[in-house]
Structures are given as structure tokens and as C-alpha cells.
Design a binder for this molecule. Structure first.
Ligand SMILES: NC(=O)c1ccc[n+]([C@@H]2O[C@H](COP(=O)([O-])OP(=O)(O)OC[C@H]3O[C@@H](n4cnc5c(N)ncnc54)[C@H](OP(=O)(O)O)[C@@H]3O)[C@@H](O)[C@H]2O)c1
Length: 262
């Protein structure tokens, strides 16, 4: 079974590995090395079964991931066993991203996410930053999410950030941050350390360089996952995959001795 850590000071216990769900809902305008077809419902159900079996309890989705939220809402029959992470601020339609960080836009987005996911609360809601983290903060976008938390629509809030300065500035209001950190991307390490000091949960995105893995991909994936998990600030590493074999191999990184890819 995968190890678990608490997601921030007051959050739930989360599995070392989480399942990122971009690829179940969107195959346009993305940065993976190869194109792919969206999986059918049977394939998504198989992937979710595999995640359950491995002890994964985090699902990461977003309105920007096309039909991901709607499909999860329709196919998950055990919502209460999962820590559901979604986002607001970016939407994807007609092959393009659209951004709206106004209070009304964020509220409407959360209502849509709740309907699509068929739930009455989001466990984590993150601002889906467009790269202007400091501007979003100054315009009160994170403050809107804090109000939604106070109203009980979401349990924990934070930002999927893109800049170090912006992320650091968000920490005063955040329960959870989604950050990038891996051997070839250490620039956000100070943010991880600050999160650890302040009891803020850390979800890691793009841990496997969005699939741009060289040499022996399975081995490199395991090495990167172990490196990231070695940082005590890491609560959960959200990896996107459509392939149950990749999911199993990635999970094995948390038990296999270093250097033994399976
Ligand atoms: N908030 C944001 O701004 C943001 C941005 C990006 C991502 N995210 C979240 O973070 C998640 C992960 O990010 P990501 O999907 O960009 O990148 P990632 O997790 O670094 O990489 C995913 C890619 O790696 C491949 N892969 C996974 N395991 C593998 C293995 N063992 N061997 C070889 N290839 C493997 C997957 O292909 P297969 O399907 O073939 O396994 C997929 O194409 C997303 O799903 C999303 O939930 C958030």
C-alpha cells in the first residue's frame, strides 16, 4: 500500500501518489510527447479500479480538463473515499482556454464543478493560475476562494501557481498549494520549504516532466518520484496517466529499493 501523509496541518491523510485526470477529458492543446485518443468509459473505470487497489485516494481534476469532471462525476460510485481536488479560473472549450478570475466567475465555476462532479463539496479548490500569480492575488481571487471555504462549498483552498514570488505571497491565505518540483526543476524548492514551515499541504504537478522521460522511462519515473517524495513538504505527487501498468510501476517507486524499476 502506498504511504500517506497529512495534507497540511488540518487536512486528510493522502496517498503519496495521486491520479491526475487531464487525459481522461482533454486531448487538445496539451504538451505531452504524443497525441492520444480519449479513453472510453470502460478504460476509465479500469484505471480507477487500479488506483483504488493501489491505495490512491487523491483525484485531481479541473474545468480546464475538458470532460474530466463530468466523467468522474458519472463514473465514481464511491465519492466519499476520495479526496477530490478541482480548480477554478480556467475553462477549456472549443479548443481554447478561457480565463475568468472575477468573484462571479469563480463562484459560477465552483457551482458547475459541484454539479459535474455530483457532490456537495470540493475537498480542495485551487486557483488555476494563468501565470500572473501576484496579479490574481492582488485582485482578490484567492480571497474569493477563502469565502467559498467559509460558506462550506470547499474544505481547503489554495493555488496551482506558476511563479515563486507569487506562490510565496499566496501562502498567507492558502491551505494547500500545487507546485512543480523535480530534479530538473528546483526553482520552487523555497516554496516547498515555506509550506512545510507553515503547515500548508503540497500537491506536486508535472512530476514526470509531462511524460518527457528519457532512456528507460519507467526507471526515470521512479527515480523522479523518489526524489520528490524525499522532500518532507511533499504531501502527494499527482501523476497523470491513462495506463494502469504505468500507474502500478509509479506506485512501486514508493516501495522498491532505489535503482530497481519494476
Ligand atoms: N494545475 C495546473 O496548472 C496543472 C498543470 C499540469 C498538470 N496538472 C495536474 O498534474 C497532473 C500531472 O501533470 P501532467 O499530466 O502534465 O504530467 P506528468 O504527471 O508529469 O506526466 C504525465 C505523462 O507521463 C506519462 N507517464 C506516466 N507514468 C509513466 C511511466 N511510468 N512511464 C512512462 N510514461 C509515463 C503519461 O503517459 P501515459 O498515459 O502513457 O502513462 C503522461 O503522458 C495532471 O494530470 C493534472 O492533474 C496541473
Amino acid at each position: 500500500m502506498l504511504p500517506r501523509r497529512r495534507l497540511g496541518r488540518h487536512g486528510p491523510e493522502v496517498s503519496a501518489l495521486g491520479l491526475g485526470t487531464v487525459k481522461i477529458g482533454r486531448n487538445q492543446g496539451i504538451k505531452y510527447p504524443q497525441g492520444f485518443d480519449l479513453p472510453d468509459d470502460r478504460q476509465v473505470l479500469t484505471l480507477l479500479d487500479c488506483a483504488r487497489e493501489l491505495g490512491i485516494n487523491v483525484l485531481d481534476t479541473a474545468p480546464a480538463y475538458g470532460s474530466s469532471e463530468e466523467r468522474l462525476g458519472r463514473l465514481l460510485h464511491d465519492r466519499e473515499r476520495w479526496v477530490l481536488v478541482s480548480k477554478a479560473g480556467e475553462d477549456f472549450s472549443a479548443g481554447q482556454s478561457h480565463f475568468d478570475f472575477s468573484a462571479a466567475g469563480l463562484r459560477a465555476s465552483v457551482e458547475r464543478s459541484l454539479r459535474r462532479l455530483r457532490t456537495d463539496r470540493l475537498d480542495v479548490l485551487l486557483l488555476h493560475s494563468d501565470g500572473n500569480d501576484l496579479k490574481l492575488l492582488a485582485e482578490g481571487a484567492l480571497a474569493t476562494l477563502v469565502r467559498l471555504r467559509e460558506e462550506g462549498k470547499v474544505v481547503a483552498v489554495g493555488v496551482s501557481s506558476k511563479t515563486v514570488d507569487g506562490a510565496l505571497a499566496c501562502l498567507a491565505q492558502a491551505d494547500v498549494m500545487m507546485l512543480s518540483y523535480r530534479p530538473d526543476h528546483l526553482v520552487e524548492a523555497p516554496v516547498l520549504s515555506a509550506c512545510q514551515e507553515q503547515g500548508i499541504g503540497v500537491l506536486i504537478k508535472k512530476a514526470l516532466s509531462s511524460g518527457h522521460l528519457g532512456g528507460d522511462p519507467a526507471r526515470q519515473a521512479q527515480e523522479q518520484l523518489r526524489f520528490i517524495w524525499d522532500h518532507p513538504a511533499t504531501s502527494c505527487i499527482v501523476v497523470g496517466t491513462l495506463n494502469p501498468q504505468h500507474l502500478r510501476s509509479n506506485a512501486a517507486a514508493f516501495s522498491a529499493p532505489a535503482g530497481e524499476a519494476s
